[in-house]
Design a protein around this ligand. Structure first.
Ligand SMILES: Nc1nc2c(ncn2[C@@H]2O[C@H](COP(=O)(O)OP(=O)(O)OP(=O)(O)O)[C@@H](O)[C@H]2O)c(=O)[nH]1
Length: 433
């Protein structure tokens, strides 16, 4: 089963929002483990580690014998990271089990937890991530992404009081998952289930999707497949794939036509990309928008903070006039949207650094512009019954006109962030009372 070190212990990382059914799944795993010895590591946000108690109460395994370990009062991906590492290394030394299941708290992001087992850390030497499993509350997911259900909540992440929209976390958990358990199947209709499935498939095209009631999933199905690939985990999200395909399609198109500057545009209707083609029956589809002309900051902010409800997910890079250094990343998940300065354009670096970058990357994946270098916009939109033509035209209206192009860009009103790591909120869901 293991592709790495011969004795590496397989790890399943369980994610999912609060109340989605992770504990229910854990108990099911422990009860139906058969000959397998399963260790569980749970983390709850409260003082008391409720999950550990529930799990140990219901199973023959107990906290006392070290099989169920608990980490309380914090979030695994933040302040408890060192504790998690210590705990898993200690567990491995005892070596009294042959599969580890880690359940970070419902608001932990899955990526940092997975990284703990894949970097050069002591934990990585002993373990190997088998799969990241997301337990999704089908009812909550349908409400969050249908726009007309319960109001969308924000949740606090970590101990620093940072609040993020629930929709962001739901999307992130699905985008990072190898297997999605669509739980609480009893609380959605046939049609709702089909719609939720199509959105999940659009967000994460090659994840396995298993609808379930009370997390009734076969343990064999969960454990006997090795799905996780650290090299591609982040690249397999639907938006990333659509963007990459658009890059390569437009590269070949520009090579053929010799023109690369403006109207590049592609979408994923091509049946040869089987997985980038969500179920059309539900109208879920995606398209990429790519341009090499900067956005006008005011017009772009206005449009991107108020996209049509048909857009469920959007993400990608933006070139905004007046922010010549900042490589901006835009992200929209359901009703929330933000822009973040995630780095710098290579073209804004000192010349020798630019040369080094270009020398080390024989295949940039895009054409270097003589004047503007790597500055460009590449956004992916995933949605249901989107009017692609109208949205593309609206985005084009946000590009600088020729007159604006030769004006002073710093004079524009500009809400977009500039310093690396800075973030501007463009849209927020209505908080729940
Ligand atoms: N109707 C219904 N309820 C479910 C289902 N699965 C779990 N539940 C209930 O949902 C509640 C939350 O389930 P848990 O398993 O505790 O969820 P969790 O993800 O561990 O919750 P946190 O630990 O708070 O993040 C419990 O009352 C479960 O009995 C399901 O398929 N249908």
């Amino acid at each position: 089963m293991s592709l790495g070190a011969a004795n590496a212990i397989p790890v399943t990382i369980l994610t999912g929002s609060l109340g989605a059914g992770k504990t229910t799944l854990l108990n099911r795993i422990l009860r139906n483990a058969g000959d397998r010895k399963v260790a569980v590591l749970v983390n709850d946000m409260g003082e008391l580690n409720v999950d550990a108690e529930l799990v140990s109460e219901e199973s023959e395994l107990s906290v006392a014998d070290g099989t169920v370990a608990e980490l309380s009062n914090g979030c695994i991906c933040c302040e408890l990271r060192d504790d998690l590492e210590t705990a898993v290394v200690r567990l491995a030394r005892e070596r009294s089990f042959d599969h580890l299941v880690v359940e970070p708290s419902g608001i932990s992001e899955p990526a940092p937890v997975a990284r703990l087992f894949t970097g050069g850390s002591p934990a990585a030497a002993r373990y190997e991530v088998d799969a990241v499993v997301a337990v999704v509350d089908a009812r909550q997911f349908a409400d969050t992404f249908d726009g007309d259900g319960e109001p969308t909540r924000t949740v606090e992440t970590g101990g620093d009081g940072e609040r993020r929209p629930l929709s962001d976390l739901l999307v992130e958990q699905v985008e990072f998952a190898d297997l999605v358990v669509l739980n609480k199947r009893d609380l959605v209709s046939e049609a709702e289930l089909a719609r939720v499935k199509s959105v999940v498939r659009a967000l994460r095209p090659d994840a396995e999707v298993i609808p379930a009631e009370y997390a009734a999933v076969s343990v064999d199905r969960l454990f006997d497949i090795r799905l996780f690939d650290p090299g591609t985990a982040a690249e397999r999200a639907g938006w990333r794939r659509t963007l990459d395909e658009a890059e390569s399609e437009s590269e070949s198109a520009s090579a053929a036509h010799g023109d690369h500057r403006d109207h590049e545009h592609s979408h994923s209707h091509d049946n040869s990309h089987e997985h980038a083609h969500p179920e059309e029956a539900y109208g879920v589809d995606s398209f990429a928008y790519r341009r090499r002309r900067p956005f006008h900051p005011e017009r772009a902010a206005a449009l991107l903070s108020d996209l049509p409800e048909s857009v469920l997910r959007a993400k990608g890079s933006m070139w905004v006039a007046g922010r010549e250094d900042a490589h901006l990343t835009y992200s929209r998940a359901g009703p929330s949207a933000y822009a973040e300065a995630t780095g710098r354009w290579v073209a804004s670096l000192p010349e020798f650094e630019q040369d080094a970058y270009r020398r080390n990357r024989s295949d940039l994946g895009f054409e270097w512009d003589e004047e503007w270098g790597d500055r460009r916009t590449g956004l992916v939109f995933i949605g249901r019954e989107m009017d692609e033509g109208a949205l593309t035209a609206a985005l084009d209206d946000c590009l600088l006109t020729d007159e604006e192009f030769s004006a002073e860009w710093d004079a524009f009103e500009n809400a977009f962030p500039e310093e690396p790591g800075a973030r501007t909120t463009l849209a927020e869901p209505t908080p729940e009372e």
